[in-house]
Ligand binder design. Structure first.
Ligand code: SAH
Ligand code: SF4
Length: 357
């Protein structure tokens, strides 16, 4: 039995080629993809500008996948967390975050993560598998479909589960579909890929597509970073920051450096001063994220005073440094936390489909 291809796993070019190989005219690819991405139609039978024979044939050859959330949790701060069950039973999550006049969607790129960062719950479980392009795009389609009225979805950040640059080809392909004319037509200025620091892949990314870059730095010296993020032993900070220096930035954009603040680990004034110094050659802004605790972690969130003092040192040195509170702490929205609870059987099914869902 032949496996049916998923329309959403094709690039536009590959889909056109596949149709032509099956004696279907190239322009049909445009028609079908517009049904799928512009109108969110997932059944060939509704594609009324295709002949009945073609629709029936396509039905036998292809599938059009979609993700439906098994759970949607609304937080008191307005963010919404979506838990999706994949075909093979794994779970991934996406978080919709309210901004002043739009929504930002945080998507996952892998089930789990192989990077093993010590402060990250996702890192604890290791990598289960990469997501396919369709599974990344489908997170966006599913949430777009469920948006509370009023604000548009304008920003997509690859800051959910997984290391996007470790699933490079699928992430690039998914971004192609998300930004494509026959895809979701998102602006690439509104997409940010966040990485733990796979330096050679940062160079590839800059060459292959145009997006914003975020780097999870989390330390201002190699010794501390080696301890927190094992990837630093492969690509130490000098190499990482020099790859950042070569990254082609969109006009008026800067690289975002994320810095999870952990009490007594990386939150001292000298850490802030050193951070300001090492980022000086770059067009950088800094997101300070107070550590979001989870069961069994040895790390602690710094005091408010320590967080503000850290920020002040950066502000005094003319950096944009924003304190990013983890959204949706009441719904376990921090990286990997809802899925982890699901795996532990801690989330009652369907509870909390609320808050505008
Ligand atoms: N793998 C990519 C993208 C996903 S992680 C990366 O590391 O950049 C998204 C962000 O969540 C990272 O900046 C990471 O440093 C942060 N993070 C992970 N665990 C956290 C925790 N327990 N508290 C606060 N932020 C955390
Ligand atoms: Fe993976 Fe990012 Fe978590 Fe590190 S912080 S383990 S790279 S998801």
């Amino acid at each position: 039995m032949s496996v049916q291809h998923d329309v959403r796993n094709f690039t536009q070019e590959a889909f056109t080629r596949w149709l032509e190989d099956h004696n279907v005219a190239a322009y049909r690819a445009d028609q079908i993809l517009r049904w799928v991405y512009h109108r969110n139609i997932c059944s060939f039978s509704h594609m009324t500008d295709l002949s009945k024979d073609l629709r029936e044939w396509l039905f036998g050859q292809l599938v059009i996948s979609r993700l439906e959330p098994t759970q949607v949790l609304g937080s008191v701060d307005g963010s919404k967390k979506y838990l999706f069950r994949l075909e093979d039973g794994h779970h991934i999550e996406s978080v919709l975050i309210p901004e002043r006049n739009h929504w930002t969607l945080c998507v996952s790129s892998q089930v789990g993560c192989a990077m093993g960062c010590k402060f990250c719950l996702t890192g604890r479980s290791g990598l289960l598998r990469d997501l396919e392009p369709a599974e990344i795009v489908n997170q966006v389609c599913a949430v777009k479909d469920d948006l509370p009225h009023g604000k548009p979805l304008t920003n997509i950040v690859f800051m959910g589960m997984g290391e996007p640059l470790a699933n490079y080809d699928s992430v690039i392909q998914a971004i192609g579909t998300i930004t494509g004319n026959n895809g979701l037509q998102f602006s690439n200025r509104r997409i940010t890929v966040s990485t733990a620091g796979l330096a050679p892949r940062i160079e590839d990314l800059g060459r292959d597509i145009t997006v914003n870059l975020a780097v999870s730095l989390n330390a201002a010296d190699n010794k501390t970073r080696n301890r927190l993020m094992p990837i630093n032993r492969t690509y130490p900070m000098e190499e990482l920051l020099s790859a950042c220096g070569r990254f082609p930035l969109l006009s008026r954009r800067r690289i975002t450096f994320e810095y999870v603040l952990m009490a007594g680990v990386n939150d001292r004034p000298e850490d802030a001063k050193r951070l300001a110094k090492i980022l000086r050659p770059l067009r950088a802004k800094i997101n300070l994220i107070p550590f979001n605790p989870f069961e069994g972690t040895p790390f602690k969130t710094p005091s408010e005073a320590a967080i503000c003092a850290f920020q002040k040192i950066l502000l005094d040195r003319h950096y944009t440094a924003i304190i990013r509170r983890s959204k949706g702490e009441d719904i376990h929205a921090a990286c990997g936390q809802l899925r982890a609870r699901k795996a532990l059987g801690m989330v009652p099914p369907q509870r909390g489909r609320q808050a505008g869902a």
